[in-house]
Design a protein around this ligand. Structure first.
Ligand code: HEM
Length: 391
């Protein structure tokens, strides 16, 4: 009998695919993939969290019998994200010195300034305004571009390329965008090799490549991965957080009355939306029994973040957006060794963007209904196509 087909669409845009609830009862289940292969799908919170930080589940792409990716094979696609120890830790450390909570704190005034500029511009636009393009996309794109040292005139181009790379339904276009981004980044790196500036790429060149710590051919995959992972997820998170405000008057009222609840709001929004929907993969690295199933070395495993974050055993009433969850131990940023390296940055961006938006446009409202919105299902990162609003 055929296994259920994966990926599965969300039926309600605000909840994971409904089948996940019955899968959770069964533990890991086998699902069929579009390329004819199959994988284990883990949807329970305990299973997903365990597998995220268990060395028997490898992140090393080269150990997979076949790749489940829309991109060209064998090209060190995703830098240390798709590696195991010790290479993973060595490369991750070089990036993390730039992304410590302390470093990111220094970014706060720059993020605030960017947010205010974008809001100033929004005020001048004819309504309805597409909050997705003009705010949710614009902010993380500019933050990550400034961080890396990408010239301003190129922001939009790389945003479009990243989005095409992450889409799951147009492989030829994804490949073309991927090669175009490589060419672009190669040129950018060469410019910075000639003339280092005050940015992350230049610092990696001067402090790591020139010292022999980072092979030059590891630099491009690392920069490319930071670029692609750094903005699409955060963009979705900002857009969907804004949607939450517009569809939950109680949540909005609480945030206006008690602005200090923003941290709880951000954490709940991360859990609720779980935008990393199809991109957390592992490969079984040792024959083993896991959660009632026999797994064999080389088998592919998909860790369903939305499934885990909507497991009622970990989050009572998971479909409710609840500011009073207390300790919110969601896995929206992963868990363990591969915990999202940009989590502090992403949190700061959402935490600054949402209150500023609310303060500037207290009457912010959706134009049309949630049913009219187009949600991006066929993408590694869940999100919206656009978000028409007025105030
Ligand atoms: C709301 C925004 C974001 C979400 C939901 C998110 C989600 C995730 C998740 C689930 C993982 C773990 C993947 C795994 O275990 O295989 C991850 C890893 C990673 N993320 Fe994010 N991310 C976000 C923003 C960012 C940003 C802003 C950056 C960079 C500027 C970034 C860079 C990375 C990197 C480099 C890794 C790989 C870490 C490693 O393998 O050690 N992410 N992210």
């Amino acid at each position: 009998m055929a296994n259920p087909a994966y990926p599965m669409a969300r039926q309600c845009p605000m909840s994971p695919p409904p089948a996940y609830a019955s899968f959770r009862e069964q533990g890991p289940v086998k699902v069929d993939l579009p390329d004819g292969g199959w994988a284990w799908l883990l949807t329970g919170y305990a299973d997903v969290r365990q597998a995220m930080n268990d060395p028997r589940f490898s992140s090393d792409d080269t150990k997979m019998a076949r790749a489940r990716t829309q991109l060209p094979p064998n090209e060190n696609l995703n830098s240390f994200w798709r590696m195991d120890e010790p290479e993973h830790g060595r490369l991750r450390h070089m990036m993390m010195t730039e992304f410590t909570a302390h470093r990111i704190k220094e970014w706060r005034p720059r993020i605030q300034a960017l947010v205010e500029q974008l809001l100033d511009r929004l005020e001048t636009l004819p309504r309805p305004v597409d909050l997705y393009a003009e705010f949710a996309l614009a902010l993380p794109t500019q933050v990550i571009a400034q961080l890396l040292g990408v010239p301003q005139q190129d922001y939009r181009m790389f945003a479009e390329q990243s989005r095409t790379i992450l889409s799951l339904d147009r492989p030829e276009e994804s490949w073309a965008a991927y090669y175009a981004m490589n060419d672009y980044l190669n040129r950018l790196i060469e410019d910075k090799e000639r003339e280092p500036a005050e940015d992350l790429i230049s610092r990696l060149i001067v402090d790591r490549v020139h010292t022999g710590e980072l092979p030059r051919d590891e630099l491009l995959p690392m920069v490319r991965f930071i670029l692609v992972s750094g903005y699409e997820t955060t963009t979705s998170q900002i857009a969907l957080s804004a949607l939450t405000l517009m569809t939950n008057p109680d949540v909005k009222a609480t945030l206006i009355k008690e602005p200090e609840r923003i941290t709880a709001f951000v954490e709940e929004s991360l859990r609720f939306w779980s935008v990393s929907q199809d991109n957390v993969l592992r490969v079984v690295d040792a024959d083993m029994e896991f959660s009632g199933q026999t797994m064999t070395k080389g088998e592919l495993v998909v860790l369903a973040v939305p499934g885990a974050n909507h497991d009622e055993r970990a989050f009572p009433n998971p479909e409710r957006f609840d500011l009073d969850r207390g300790e919110n131990r969601h896995v929206a940023f992963g868990f363990g060794t591969h915990l999202c390296a940009g989590a502090s940055l992403a949190r700061r961006e959402v935490e600054i963007a949402i209150p500023a938006l609310l303060a500037r446009f207290p009457g912010l409202q959706l134009v049309g209904t949630v049913e009219d919105l187009q949600f991006r299902q066929k993408s590694l990162v869940y999100g919206l196509e656009s978000l028409p609003v007025t105030w």
